[in-house]
Write a protein that binds this ligand. Structure first.
Ligand code: DWN
Length: 393
């Protein structure tokens, strides 16, 4: 299998490395390049960053940070209970427990390599393994707790480098009639929305259904249903079952998704060459927007110091030259500085009266943010976004 590089986004820091000061010594940078795999059609980073550099005891992101996601996880928990009525559930990447806490009435186990997060769910009385998901760990968990009716993983499988082992371990921990549910950003949506910021150190992969089907061929698992979601800018919720399990029929929508991706050209290298050209144009026009606002001596802040925004800021070289500071609701980020771009992050207390523009780092929560910021919008405040193309709204 050949890996062909199609986009170079330049030097990038560890997105989770929120800095204690604006002049850090020895900040780690790596080259963020994207690749197309000729055989599987998988889209990945060209070089992976060592997992321990990203997922450690200082992990900043809290999955419960937005009302949108809190609601989405509560709704999904209800749906899973109704549809599958599991007696046991395992979550890979349980973060702060926003999803798994809804299953306190059955056996619920978390796997979370970031110890500061695993400590949170342990305190919530959820048995949590502060380990990376591996075949070895799946064996250990099986021995102690048995196999699971449901295994769920949101925004995590795309972060694990060794995919063959990952799926093999999932198959190993699933009951014969069990269901594995994966939720990750959709490659098709990222291409359509030109949201190149879905690529950063942690997102080793952005999955298409086509690639997922190809890479799981030998895992003993197969896709039997797919739901397209609006969360995180457009995600897919993909349901897997064991091939030997004939209880669940394969839904027609699996074929439909594959066909839609084929029509878009998800399997063709040319599609990614076109994407790369558009991304470089997007960079130019975003910089022009910032320059023209600064010429008018207006004040710009950032809204939501997301990991995604790290890609935009570092690729477009946007730092204190354009953005005075970010606001964010996450206590583990506030009082710190954005990685690579070194912009201060302040605790969110509404948008200050002297702010003219806010760059939407958390563009994926635009609806929630616009609802919250009616006062800012009413007094003429504007947002800047780069999705699906750079514009002021
Ligand atoms: O996959 C991943 C996703 C799910 O979460 C991880 N690799 C890391 C992280 O990525 P992200 O930082 O791009 O995720 P979010 O969920 O888009 O981050 C939203 C950020 O915006 C949080 O820091 C909270 C903040 N926020 C805010 O300050 N005010 C969000 C909302 C909605 C708000 O009103």
């Amino acid at each position: 299998m050949k890996k062909i590089n199609f986009l170079n986004l330049g030097k990038h820091p560890i997105t989770n490395n929120f800095l204690p000061n604006a002049k850090p010594k020895n900040e780690f940078f790596y080259n963020l390049k994207l690749s197309y795999h000729t055989e599987t059609k998988l889209i990945s980073l060209n070089n992976f960053v060592p997992p321990k550099k990203m997922f450690n005891n200082r992990y900043a992101h809290r999955a419960s940070a937005s009302m949108t996601m809190r609601q989405a996880y509560a709704d999904l928990a209800k749906k899973i209970k109704k549809k599958f009525n599991p007696r046991s559930i395992l979550e890979i990447g349980s973060n702060d427990g926003v999803f798994i806490k809804h299953f306190s009435d059955v056996q619920n186990i978390g796997v979370e390599p970031c110890k500061n997060l695993a400590d949170l769910t342990t305190k919530m009385k959820i048995k949590t393994y502060d380990k990376f998901w591996t075949f070895q760990l799946s064996k250990k968990i099986n021995k102690k707790h048995g196999k699971f009716d449901v295994i769920y993983s949101a925004n995590t499988i795309s972060h694990i480098h060794k995919l063959n082992e990952t799926f093999k371990a999932i198959e190993n921990s699933l009951n014969v009639e069990g269901v594995f549910i994966l939720e990750d950003p959709s490659l098709l949506k990222s291409l359509q929305k030109l949201s190149y910021d879905q690529f950063y150190d942690e997102h080793a992969y952005v999955f298409s259904i086509t690639a997922l089907k190809n890479i799981t061929k030998k895992s003993g698992l197969e896709i039997f249903n797919i739901e397209a979601l609006n969360t995180h800018g457009g995600s897919n919720r993909v349901y897997f079952k064991k091939i030997i399990n004939k209880k669940f029929k394969i839904s027609n929508n699996v074929k439909r998704h594959l066909l839609t991706e084929k029509k878009y050209g998800i399997h063709k290298f040319k599609t990614y060459q076109i994407f790369a050209k558009k991304v470089n144009k997007s960079k130019e026009s975003l910089i022009k927007i910032f320059q023209s606002i600064k010429k008018k001596k207006k004040k710009i802040i950032g809204y939501g110091a997301t990991y995604k925004s790290s890609t935009v800021l570092n690729f477009c070289k946007i730092s204190k030259n354009y953005i005075n500071y970010f606001v964010d609701t996450t206590p583990t980020k506030t009082g710190k500085f954005t990685p690579g771009s070194h912009i201060p992050i302040k605790e969110y207390k509404g948008i200050a009266d002297d702010v003219d523009y806010a760059f939407l780092g958390a563009w994926n929560f635009k609806d929630e943010i616009f609802k919250k910021e009616k006062k800012f919008i009413k007094r003429g405040g504007k947002f800047i976004t780069h999705v699906p193309f750079p514009k002021i709204i």
